[in-house]
Ligand binder design. Sequence first.
Ligand code: ADP
Ligand code: MG
Length: 316
Amino acid sequence: MKGGREVILERCSAATARAPLLELPDPFARIAPSEAALAVCRVVKRYGRVTAVEGVSFAVRRGEIFGLLGPNGAGKTTLVRMLTTLTRPTVGELFVGGESVSKNPVAVKKLIGAVPQVNNLERELTGRENLVLHALLHRMPRRDRERRITELLEYVGLAHRADDRVQDYSGGMARRLLIARALLHQPSILFLDEPTIGLDPQTRRKIWDLIQALNREGVTVFLTTHYIEEAESLCHRVGIIDHGKLIVLGTPRELKERLGAFCVEFFGGEGTRRVFFPTRQDAKAYASTLSGDITVRRTNLEDVFVELTGREIQGG
Ligand SMILES: Nc1ncnc2c1ncn2[C@@H]1O[C@H](COP(=O)(O)OP(=O)(O)O)[C@@H](O)[C@H]1O
Ligand SMILES: [Mg+2]
């Protein structure tokens, strides 16, 4: 599929009806309305002359962990900000829990929790105080507040540090507090924008465990990432985004198998070359015809990105 692009074409009507919006022609994106946690429909977002998101359509199933994978500047945060009511699309419409985000932002806010890319906790306050502040801002009933906050601090493993100031927290602890804060009002859909950015591998794994535990309890998760391993090991389905366009969508396995599940990597001519095969046997047979430094390995999502864009995801 070298050079080929699976653009998710839209057939969304601009009508307010929910059902037709979810019938996307891509087989991997076709989701029954009753199964959809959210839908993005022909969305364009421009900031002056910059087009941050350019005609994106897809839907996410209830109960799945969906990942939007793409390099810096691809439009991930912009999409999350539109889905979480923080900014409006220039063109198109977004639906969360069957509600139009632009027409019914208050209903959408009740359904969602959001962990922003940038830590916006109050550093001078303790972890517990941050949660109380958020609960007050969201008019959470007093009787629920204390119990829920204590439960959540326990859940994210911060009970022992709850009364320390956030400025003394590690990056991983701050992330966990942000997750607890997003969960205060028991959202059914959780958005996490680059949940493990800048964290070490061990801390990253703890955040993954937390996300998986939440998902097992029924929370739909929508996350963005530029980490290949995060998309591969955590997400049920992944959409790859580049320059504001969704270039492919599917389970990590589907995406890799469309390319060929095994990769022969070798130095050829100007640089590293990669050739893909459906089986390890085929890959090995090909490798045996080559000489020099040759690697036979499983295909990964980085390969998918490189094949579709000609660039590496993390190279900037
Ligand atoms: N508020 C804004 N004003 C102007 N340009 C913006 C704004 N927000 C994002 N952009 C631009 O839109 C593009 C996508 O940004 P963003 O959604 O933050 O990407 P990502 O989260 O994938 O790194 C970038 O070119 C970025 O500079
Ligand atoms: Mg971002």
